[in-house]
Design a protein. Structure first.
Length: 217
């Protein structure tokens, strides 16, 4: 009976030791999966290996993820300045090259030249209707400079004894020919608004006492 009792005690001790060992293993396994173990594992895997230790070296923390391109501030290319614009074709600067054509484009109003259009006997006196102007700049394909009128039509009395000389188209001549006042008035009546240019002179009474046509080709 004593032998049987001792065998039962030994069996119970062996079972208790097995149970204790199993509990210790279970606690060890649980501790390995606990949150407290994560930082240590992360720290162990995050430490980079030294250079030259093989192709399996861990990338440094500043590495760019795959599929993304990192742009360095020094690698930015400055936008080149736009080139200066050349004068457009057909513009005065392009066509003339900035050269002086020898013509004064700001000629003053001529003090003694007028473009004669008509005459009128209204008011009891004979008067010429005309406009003042100046000589413009001619073009290479023109016969001469044009007389460019300015302002509104005005009038001055014409002395009936005025000395008048004319050229083409009033007479068939390029040199001035003397004609009478009435002949001149007849031509103006037949050719109104011709705008022929005349150099005039005023007498002491303020009336035109001479007219000399300026020949234009």
């Amino acid at each position: 009976m004593k032998v049987t009792h001792r065998r039962r005690q030994i069996a119970l001790r062996t079972l208790a030791l097995s149970t204790w060992a199993a509990g210790v293993l279970a606690l060890t396994a649980c501790s390995s999966h606990s949150p407290d173990a994560a930082p240590a594992a992360t720290a162990a895997t995050a430490s980079p290996t030294k250079a030259g230790k093989g192709s399996g070296a861990t990338a440094p923390a500043t590495a760019v993820p795959a599929g993304k391109v990192s742009t360095s501030p020094d690698s930015k290319v400055a936008t080149p300045p736009s080139s200066a614009t050349s004068p457009a074709e057909g513009s005065p600067a392009a066509a003339g090259g900035g050269e002086d054509d020898g013509c004064d484009h700001k000629m003053p109003i001529s003090p003694d030249e007028i473009a004669v259009y008509r005459y009128t006997p209204e008011g009891g006196s004979l008067s010429l209707i005309f406009r003042h102007g100046n000589w413009g700049c001619g073009t290479p394909d023109s016969d001469g400079a044009p007389f460019e009128t300015v302002g509104k039509e005005t009038y001055l009395p014409l002395d009936q004894a005025a000395y008048i000389t004319v050229t083409n188209p009033i007479v068939a001549s390029t040199e001035n020919q003397h004609i009478g006042v009435q002949e001149f008035l007849d031509w103006l009546e037949a050719h109104p608004d011709s705008g022929l240019v005349f150099q005039y002179h005023l007498g002491a009474d303020g009336a035109i006492d001479s007219l000399e046509e300026v020949f234009t080709p």
